[in-house]
Design a protein around this ligand. Structure first.
Ligand code: FE
Ligand code: CA
Length: 518
């Protein structure tokens, strides 16, 4: 027996389901044909009175439509003050619509500030989801002692296992995890071999269903699910959610923008469907707005940036070779676009102890020349390729006299720590901000640590660390200090790798300098 939407409406079963009446239970149990919560649950974007809770129904994640019937399915949700759901404080029902890949986004509100809550979903006559935990943000005027943030991203499925996500799931007291993007990678499944330890299903992804299935494959990973269950995430995206090194309306292959923008729309929609983000981040025909601010009392203002959607195209056709693209030629004009740039300038300030720029690509100058090469080489895809835009960002920080800006970055698959100088030409001159580049969860495979990278520190005096190992970073933030723990995995190409702290940094508010403390 299959039930279509018309039948549901005609029989009134749809209404009954929506109200969660027990009579409806048997109706949908059959078409779902399995546990619909195979992709787990997630929470995101904490505000003082709530957060988003998310799930997406897919009883057979890799099948057409995730194994779902193409009807809207009511999903009950509840939020409790305790893990056993003895004290449920909010509950309701949401529709998982086929238009949105049977995803569910509930913006829970009316909760108390800065406390933990537990949430779960259920479908009538079917299973109950795993339980997730999230913590609300503190009240806007709260004087907060301490805040703890995880920073991670770049999780190429084929390059490694997700034990780093498992380790992050066990880190205590996280307020949220900032994800700097590359949640999925768009490429085709590759043969097993060097740095391919498990395979993508399917060819390179272009259509909405392709992107949905790729997210579904990644989300079946139990370590990733555990990380989402353990704390709220603040999501962004980088290039691989759509295509390598895309910039605004341009991909790297010279595809006509009007064709690429359709692919981008599919990628945006699948990103929204699979991420615990608010309705304000839902795409429409004109694109989406992913940049936004999150405040944590008087301690921290986080500015989540979108460094992809509004860029001008890379300089030098995105080729960073010294002979073809001199430092002066790295002059693509816009990284954030006019509206986001004005929004950031206006929102930066000294109202809170710290400003965190939660973004994707490296801001500080980074000479990536190979060992023994005599001319500097800069990447065109990083802020280095967008020097006029970088100069305006630096000017915004300087003009406002800010000494409290910390930048979180991903994309580059290295752990690095350094300062952003006032002038790119004087990398060891006065600094305007501190930047922590977090490596990757799996992308690049095990990596080689510092082997063959000593020249990077010699050629970049603004850097204190540059190493190729997998892992994540932890920010412990107080009114007096910012502490960053650089966490590394011993192994990601086999399951069972373990995490350790490689180095710890302190930063003081008002002084954009790094102090290595362990
Ligand atoms: Fe990446
Ligand atoms: Ca990237």
């Amino acid at each position: 027996m299959t039930i279509d939407r018309r039948t549901l409406i005609r029989t009134g079963a749809g209404l009954a389901l929506f109200a969660g009446l027990p009579a409806s239970a048997a109706v949908l149990a059959r078409p779902l044909g399995g546990n619909p919560f195979m992709l787990g649950v997630a929470a995101g974007d904490p505000w003082p009175d709530g957060f988003v809770i998310w799930t997406r129904l897919a009883p057979r994640p890799l099948d057409e439509h995730g194994g779902m019937p193409q009807v809207a399915v009511p999903v009950a949700w509840e939020v409790a003050e305790d893990e056993r759901f003895a004290r449920v404080v909010r509950k309701g029902e949401a529709l998982a619509r086929p238009e949105l890949g049977h995803s569910v986004h509930v913006e829970v509100s009316g909760l108390r500030p800065h406390r933990h809550y537990w949430y779960r979903f259920s479908v009538a006559g079917s299973d109950v989801s795993p339980t997730g935990m999230a913590r609300t943000a503190p009240a806007a005027d709260a004087a907060l002692d301490r805040l703890r943030i995880g920073v991670a991203g770049c999780q190429h499925w084929e390059a490694g296992f997700y034990d780093a996500w498992g380790a992050l799931a066990r880190e205590p007291d996280l307020d949220f995890v900032f994800h700097y993007g590359d949640y999925i990678y768009e490429g085709a499944g590759r043969p097993f071999g060097e740095h391919v330890v498990r395979q993508h299903v399917g060819d390179e992804i272009y259509s909405l269903d392709d992107y949905r299935r790729r997210y579904a494959q990644y989300k079946t990973d139990p370590h990733l699910q555990a990380a989402h269950q353990a704390s709220a995430f603040v999501m962004s995206f980088d290039d691989h959610e759509i295509d390598n090194n895309w910039a605004g309306a341009y991909d790297q292959d010279g595809t006509p923008p009007e064709a690429f923008l359709l692919r981008r729309m599919a990628g945006y929609q699948a990103w929204y469907e699979n991420m615990p983000v608010r309705r304000a981040q839902m795409p429409g025909m004109q694109g989406l707005t992913a940049y936004r601010r999150l405040d944590y009392g008087r301690l921290l203002r986080t500015h989540v940036l979108d460094t992809r959607s509004y860029r001008t195209d890379q300089s030098c056709k995105d080729i960073a070779r010294a002979e073809t693209c001199t430092p002066e030629a790295h002059a693509s004009p816009d990284m954030l676009g006019h509206a986001q740039e004005a929004w950031l300038d206006e929102g930066l300030g000294n109202v809170r102890t710290w400003n965190l720029l939660a973004q994707q690509v490296i801001v500080m100058p980074l000479d990536v020349r190979a060992a023994g090469q005599d001319r500097p080489v800069f990447e065109t895809d990083l802020w280095d390729g967008y020097r006029p835009a970088k100069a305006r960002l630096v000017d915004s920080i300087r003009r406002q006299g800010l000494g409290n800006v910390v930048i979180a970055t991903g994309d580059h698959h290295k752990h690095a720590a350094g300062i952003v100088p006032e002038r790119d030409e004087a990398p060891d001159g006065p600094a305007v901000a501190v930047e922590f580049l977090a490596t990757s969860i799996s992308s690049g495979g095990n990596g080689h640590g510092d082997d063959g990278l000593a020249h990077m520190l010699a050629n970049n005096p603004n850097l204190d660390l540059y190493t190729e190992l997998r892992g994540y970073q932890l920010f412990d933030i107080t009114p007096r200090s910012w502490t960053t723990d650089v966490k590394v995995m011993d192994e990601v190409e086999k399951p069972g790798g373990t995490i350790r702290t490689l180095v710890r940094y302190h930063v003081e508010p008002g002084r954009p300098q790094l102090h290595r403390v362990a």
